[in-house]
Design a protein. Structure first.
Length: 114
Protein backbone atom coordinates (compact mmCIF):
# COMPACT_ATOMS: atom_id res chain seq x y z
CA UNK A 1 0.00 0.00 0.00
CA UNK A 2 3.07 2.24 0.17
CA UNK A 3 2.49 3.33 3.75
CA UNK A 4 4.53 3.15 6.91
CA UNK A 5 2.84 2.55 10.27
CA UNK A 6 4.33 3.22 13.68
CA UNK A 7 3.16 4.10 17.15
CA UNK A 8 4.51 6.79 19.44
CA UNK A 9 4.16 6.22 23.18
CA UNK A 10 5.73 7.53 26.38
CA UNK A 11 6.50 4.10 27.88
CA UNK A 12 10.10 3.18 28.46
CA UNK A 13 11.54 0.86 25.82
CA UNK A 14 11.24 -2.35 27.84
CA UNK A 15 7.55 -1.69 28.54
CA UNK A 16 6.67 -0.85 24.94
CA UNK A 17 8.59 -3.90 23.67
CA UNK A 18 6.70 -6.14 26.12
CA UNK A 19 3.40 -4.61 24.96
CA UNK A 20 4.41 -5.08 21.32
CA UNK A 21 5.09 -8.78 21.91
CA UNK A 22 2.00 -9.28 24.07
CA UNK A 23 -0.29 -7.79 21.41
CA UNK A 24 1.62 -9.24 18.46
CA UNK A 25 2.13 -5.83 16.88
CA UNK A 26 3.91 -5.89 13.53
CA UNK A 27 4.92 -2.22 13.64
CA UNK A 28 7.42 -0.20 15.60
CA UNK A 29 6.59 1.62 18.83
CA UNK A 30 8.72 4.74 19.15
CA UNK A 31 9.54 6.13 22.60
CA UNK A 32 8.36 9.69 23.23
CA UNK A 33 10.67 10.63 26.09
CA UNK A 34 8.99 13.06 28.51
CA UNK A 35 6.00 13.24 26.13
CA UNK A 36 7.83 15.84 24.03
CA UNK A 37 6.12 14.85 20.76
CA UNK A 38 2.73 14.61 22.45
CA UNK A 39 3.26 18.03 24.06
CA UNK A 40 4.27 19.53 20.69
CA UNK A 41 0.96 18.33 19.20
CA UNK A 42 -1.08 19.48 22.23
CA UNK A 43 -2.10 15.91 23.06
CA UNK A 44 -0.79 15.53 26.62
CA UNK A 45 -3.09 15.73 29.63
CA UNK A 46 -2.67 15.22 33.36
CA UNK A 47 -4.14 12.01 34.72
CA UNK A 48 -7.07 12.94 37.02
CA UNK A 49 -6.50 12.41 40.76
CA UNK A 50 -9.25 9.76 40.94
CA UNK A 51 -7.57 7.75 38.17
CA UNK A 52 -4.18 8.10 39.87
CA UNK A 53 -5.61 6.72 43.10
CA UNK A 54 -7.14 3.71 41.35
CA UNK A 55 -3.95 3.02 39.41
CA UNK A 56 -1.83 3.24 42.56
CA UNK A 57 -4.17 0.83 44.37
CA UNK A 58 -3.77 -1.57 41.44
CA UNK A 59 0.00 -1.26 41.65
CA UNK A 60 0.32 0.74 38.44
CA UNK A 61 3.09 3.31 38.69
CA UNK A 62 2.73 5.49 35.61
CA UNK A 63 5.77 7.71 36.33
CA UNK A 64 7.99 4.64 36.78
CA UNK A 65 6.47 2.98 33.69
CA UNK A 66 7.17 6.07 31.59
CA UNK A 67 10.44 7.09 33.26
CA UNK A 68 9.06 10.47 34.35
CA UNK A 69 8.11 12.21 37.56
CA UNK A 70 4.60 13.18 36.44
CA UNK A 71 1.27 11.51 35.71
CA UNK A 72 0.81 12.85 32.18
CA UNK A 73 -0.47 10.81 29.24
CA UNK A 74 -1.00 11.59 25.57
CA UNK A 75 -4.52 11.30 24.22
CA UNK A 76 -4.91 8.54 21.61
CA UNK A 77 -4.45 10.04 18.16
CA UNK A 78 -4.05 8.95 14.56
CA UNK A 79 -2.30 11.16 12.03
CA UNK A 80 -2.12 10.27 8.35
CA UNK A 81 0.61 12.17 6.51
CA UNK A 82 1.01 12.08 2.75
CA UNK A 83 4.34 11.46 1.04
CA UNK A 84 4.41 15.22 0.41
CA UNK A 85 4.53 15.82 4.19
CA UNK A 86 1.01 17.25 4.35
CA UNK A 87 -1.29 16.00 7.12
CA UNK A 88 -4.24 14.40 5.34
CA UNK A 89 -6.19 13.29 8.40
CA UNK A 90 -5.93 13.71 12.16
CA UNK A 91 -8.12 12.12 14.81
CA UNK A 92 -7.82 12.65 18.57
CA UNK A 93 -9.77 10.81 21.27
CA UNK A 94 -10.25 12.39 24.69
CA UNK A 95 -11.35 8.99 26.02
CA UNK A 96 -8.30 6.73 26.42
CA UNK A 97 -10.49 3.65 25.92
CA UNK A 98 -11.42 4.69 22.37
CA UNK A 99 -8.98 4.05 19.53
CA UNK A 100 -9.40 4.39 15.77
CA UNK A 101 -10.41 1.16 14.09
CA UNK A 102 -7.67 -0.29 11.86
CA UNK A 103 -10.12 -0.58 8.96
CA UNK A 104 -10.74 3.20 9.12
CA UNK A 105 -7.00 3.80 8.77
CA UNK A 106 -6.81 1.45 5.79
CA UNK A 107 -9.68 3.30 4.10
CA UNK A 108 -7.90 6.64 4.65
CA UNK A 109 -4.73 5.24 3.09
CA UNK A 110 -6.65 3.88 0.11
CA UNK A 111 -8.12 7.34 -0.53
CA UNK A 112 -4.61 8.81 -0.53
CA UNK A 113 -3.39 6.51 -3.29
CA UNK A 114 -6.45 6.89 -5.55
Amino acid sequence: MGAQLFGICPQRFEHSEALKQQLGLAFELLHDEDNLVGEAFGLVVDTPDAVREVEMRLGLDLPMHNGTSDWKLPMPARVVIGTDGIVRSATVQTDHALRPEPEETIQLLRKLIE
